[in-house]
Ligand binder design. Sequence first.
Ligand code: ADP
Ligand code: GLC
Length: 478
Amino acid sequence: MIDYPKVLIVASEGMPFVKTGGLADVVGALSKTLTALGVDVRVMMPKHAKIKREYQDELETLTATTLNLGWREKYLGIQTLKKDGISYYFLDNEDYFGGEVYRGGDAESEQYLFFCKAVCEALLLIDFEPDILHLNDWHTGMVPMLVKTQYADRLGKPRRLLFSIHNIEFQGKMGFDLMQDLLTIPDFYYTPEYVESRGCANMLKAALVFSDRIATVSPNYSDEIMNSWFGSGMEGILRARRHELSGILNGIDTEVFNPEDDPTIAAPFSAADITGKRTCKKALREEFDLGIPLTSPVIAMVSRMTEQKGFDLVQHVLEELLQEDLAFVILGSGNRNYEDFFNYIAAKYPAKSGVYIGYNEALAHRIYAGADFLLMPSEFEPCGLSQMIAQRYGTLPIVRETGGLVDTVAPYNRYTKEGTGFSFSTFNAHDMMDAVRLALSVYRDKPTLRKLRRNAMQVDNSFLRSAEQYMALYESML
Ligand code: ADP
Ligand code: GLC
């Protein structure tokens, strides 16, 4: 048995239990792949009421205790579940995790201040001594500071702390009084050397200061966040710690997203035999009642509806685009303005548009399988998984050249006729339209289309590559 480091992954969400975005996919795929490599990896997350019922029923209570948040005494239950060889720990407190995964505002800060403290308490109670604590995003941001200060004596064995940034825009900002009140942090730490940033207490800042190493989810994003446009105020500390910052490209769970064996899609297909994709497209056309011929292209989006994802560009030109012979399908939810806009589009162009406002995993699979193109014109994108999933289903991504989209999509070259998708560089609606028009011209050139689809489906987006890089990073930390 090889003596791999023992790893505890800590995050606010994770597949297959609860997911709002790519973070959950990565937690799921990383833990699964490391386990397959023989690593003792376990996962800790809040026990959200949103965890799928089938799993809730299987949870076993390990212990129940209380912890102090300032003057408050709060319940902490630790529940566990072993699934596919992985032990999961769920930290239970219904006041904090009985509703939305992310409550917004100070209520959300409080949810995750509690979570950070609960993680430290749980480390004292569970029968597992990880060598590496792999923390993810600001929701876990106070753990490194607590581990190295308030819990240093009680935790005994020193643990090495890796902090992964999945999205630097979300930082867990709050008034210092709230952070201080709940976690009993001395005034001393409210300076730019520690938890202060731009006049607020900031959980991400605390993580970047106190972690031993920092990772982010694509090489290109790791460069971008060292400058002020992308760094959201963290560029200074990231530049100072640049030699301790790694960019490890995400992958996807190629078992979950597998067109050859996906129970949610109308027909299986593969790079070698792609005929089933036509059946999937037909099913999608029926599902959304699209009035276009099967030979017309379908452009899709599957996305959180936030500014980050480039919806301002889409909003600006979608009606112009809908004058072309094509259909547009979107699955997503988020910002109310965008939801209203797409509802308006659905009402005005019923035969050419399919709109589903909400979250629906099975539908996401059907869209990836049935569409021809996936539009992802992000303003910034730490990595992005949708474009990788689309490639796996032979759906060519049309992306803006930012973050991980640069690392994962080889733009079509009209001279060599090679590529795995299409891209544009300036965040401008008509530059995006040019990329879409180029994609539509390739759609009419069937031999090239077939070649690009095959290229896209053959890209190795599996998580193995990422997991091996994480392993090397963990080992270098000990
Ligand atoms: P982000 O994490 O920024 O939202 P990613 O591209 O990394 O973006 O990951 C998004 C993940 O969430 C993908 O697996 C995508 O398929 C999925 N997803 C996004 N919106 C929805 C939705 N409305 N319904 C189902 N799945 C969704
Ligand atoms: C974040 C990012 C996304 C990335 C995902 C998983 O949600 O917005 O780009 O793919 O995390 O790391």
